[in-house]
Ligand binder design. Structure first.
Ligand SMILES: [Mg+2]
Length: 189
C-alpha cells in the first residue's frame, strides 16, 4: 500500500515551534488548546507567512524531534512492504534539510515531496492512505476515496467528531494501533 505522511503536526510537534515564532516575531500568544481551526485570527496573512518561513528555516527544521513512536511505526510499515511517501507543504527549497531530518529521526521513506496541491498529488500517484492533521487535506482525500488518519489536535477535533471513518489517535502508539487493520503490524517475537 502507498502511504503518504505529512510532516508538521503529524511527525513532530509543529505548534510549539509556530507559537514560539509568533511570540518572538509579533508578540502574539497562540495557546495550542485554543487553536480550534487551522486559521490564525490573531495574525494577518502576511504575519502568518513570516512565522511559517521562520519555522521552515533550516535550523528550525533540524531542531525538531519526532513524536515518540512515529519512527518505529513507519519502520514497521516499511518492513511490512508498504511504500512511504512523505508529503509536506514546506517550500521545495526545504527538500534537502527535510530529508536530512527524516534520516536523523530514523524515519524511512521511498519518496519526499515538498510543495502545494498535496491531495491532488496523492490522488495522481495512487496513495491509498494519507496521514495528515489538516482538516482540508483529510476532507479532500476522503472526497477522492483515499483513506485518512491523523494525530488528534484541537483544529481537527470537530472534523473527527463528524467523520468517524477517520482513524485517529492522541499519539503515534494509538494511531499505529488504530491503523493495524489497514497496514498490519508484525507480531514481536
Ligand atoms: Mg501538518
Amino acid at each position: 500500500m502507498l502511504v503518504a505522511i505529512d510532516v508538521d503536526s503529524t511527525l513532530h510537534d509543529y505548534w510549539e515551534q509556530f507559537s514560539a515564532a509568533a511570540l518572538r516575531l509579533h508578540g502574539v500568544h497562540l495557546p495550542y488548546a485554543d487553536q480550534r481551526a487551522w486559521r490564525v485570527d490573531a495574525l494577518t496573512p502576511e504575519q502568518v507567512n513570516e512565522v511559517v518561513e521562520a519555522t521552515h528555516a533550516d535550523e528550525a527544521i533540524e531542531s525538531a524531534i519526532a513524536y515518540p513512536g512515529a519512527a518505529e511505526a513507519v519502520q514497521r510499515w516499511k518492513a511490512e512492504g508498504h511504500e512511504i511517501l512523505i508529503t509536506t507543504h514546506r517550500r521545495p527549497e526545504a527538500h534537502a534539510v527535510t530529508a536530512r531530518w527524516l534520516e536523523r529521526q530514523e524515519i524511512p521513506f521511498d519518496g519526499l515531496r515538498c510543495g502545494w496541491k498535496k491531495v491532488d498529488h496523492c490522488s495522481d500517484v495512487g496513495v491509498a492512505l494519507l496521514i495528515d492533521d489538516a482538516p482540508e487535506n483529510l476532507e479532500g482525500a476522503l472526497a477522492r476515496g483515499i483513506a485518512v488518519a491523523t494525530i488528534r489536535h484541537p483544529w481537527n477535533h470537530d472534523l473527527l467528531q463528524q467523520r468517524p471513518e477517520i482513524t485517529h489517535g492522541d499519539d503515534w502508539h494509538a494511531l499505529a494501533s488504530g491503523l493495524r487493520p489497514l497496514l498490519g503490524w508484525p507480531t514481536s517475537p
